[in-house]
Design a protein around this ligand. Sequence first.
Ligand SMILES: [Zn+2]
Length: 442
Amino acid sequence: MTAAGTVTVPAAARDLAELQLAKLRRQVVYLEERSPFYREKLASAGVGSGDLDSLEALARFPFTTKQEIRDAQVAAPPLGRHACVGLEDVVRLHASTGTTGAPSWVGVTARDAEVWTELTASSFRVQGIRRDDVVVHAAGLTLFVGGLPARDAIERIGATFVPIGTGASEKVLAAMQTLGRTVLHATPSYAVYLAEVARERGLDPRTLGVRKLTVGGEPGGGEPSTRARIEADWGAPVTEGLGNADVAPIIWGECEHQQGMHLTGAEWVHAELVDPETGEAVPWEEGAEAELVYTALERECCGLLRFRTRDRVRVLGLGCACGRPGPRIRCVGRTDDMLIVLGVNVFPSAIRDLVSELHPQTTGAMQVVLREPGPGVAPPLHVEVERADDVADEAALAARLEELVRGRLTVPVRVELVPPGSIPRSQMKTALVRLDAPEEER
Ligand SMILES: [Zn+2]
């Protein structure tokens, strides 16, 4: 176990690869022995633990999709045919909801919980959380994997965890007023929303003592305008983390240089980039944009090999001023959220970032309104945008936004301005797309 507050120095790349390969072999042998789902899946793909002579050999193994995990759970409830242990060995159940479909259970053994604690603590350490920090947790606490595992990790570091959860903005503000210097852990949308709530109460968020914000759960924390706005609102820097409900709570973490996230969970999770259409490997090179695929290297209950996350990320570069090797990434969006307009791929989060750029004329809140499910959308894309209360010339603001989106994202949009507060706020992930089917209009 690492002493509280010490920084985990990443092993040299070669040592890391050797460690990953040794753990991967052990994990695949374990899955072949204990998981009916993987035993059959690997056999029918004609691969097995004996083929793992290098990490690259993993590319010959089949992917695992979220749908397969759902089906495996329906076939053998509650944990699923992919699980390697029974409920008697499980100390906690989390739920993974995903963006579509029914939630599935994620079982965690005592050993899994310990691995998750170290893995999640690694991200928080890289994000600069120290023993003397007081972390106000204003994110989901219950079934959400970013809840209790975040508590375990913050406590492992030795910092003070304040479990407020969501739906309690007044309590968060009161905590900040009495605790002095704090770190806010929340989704980026909630950080924006909470600053609005503070100002409505006559409080300047910059006076509340927040020394930094650690955000995650959705892409906004890495979008330049959204991040700039959160930092201006709170007068404190933002770093972000990224994980996956089925694989591990927080696998990536951004250091104080704020140049994208480092793979802080590499000792426990192997990450690959693949082309979301073809599944072909995409090299970790500056500018690469592809889907993240994870393999859990140490998992007792729910092992996952080459799990398709549907998270689309961009590699900002390799190496960092902090000395950490490897890629620095941003999450661009969910492959599921991607829309295609006139052949151009567009993520709603990218439009939101442009809407934030026109803050304070806009509140920053927006929703893409679809007549039928994407990804293909007939132009122009309909976008509802909240204007500020005191916008003098609405037509000019709408035209400016349409021009901005067309110029930066090469997508034609029709902006409809709506009054402040009319787009629902979420304290978890804010829905950036709304389906308004014509038959539902009354
Ligand atoms: Zn760094």
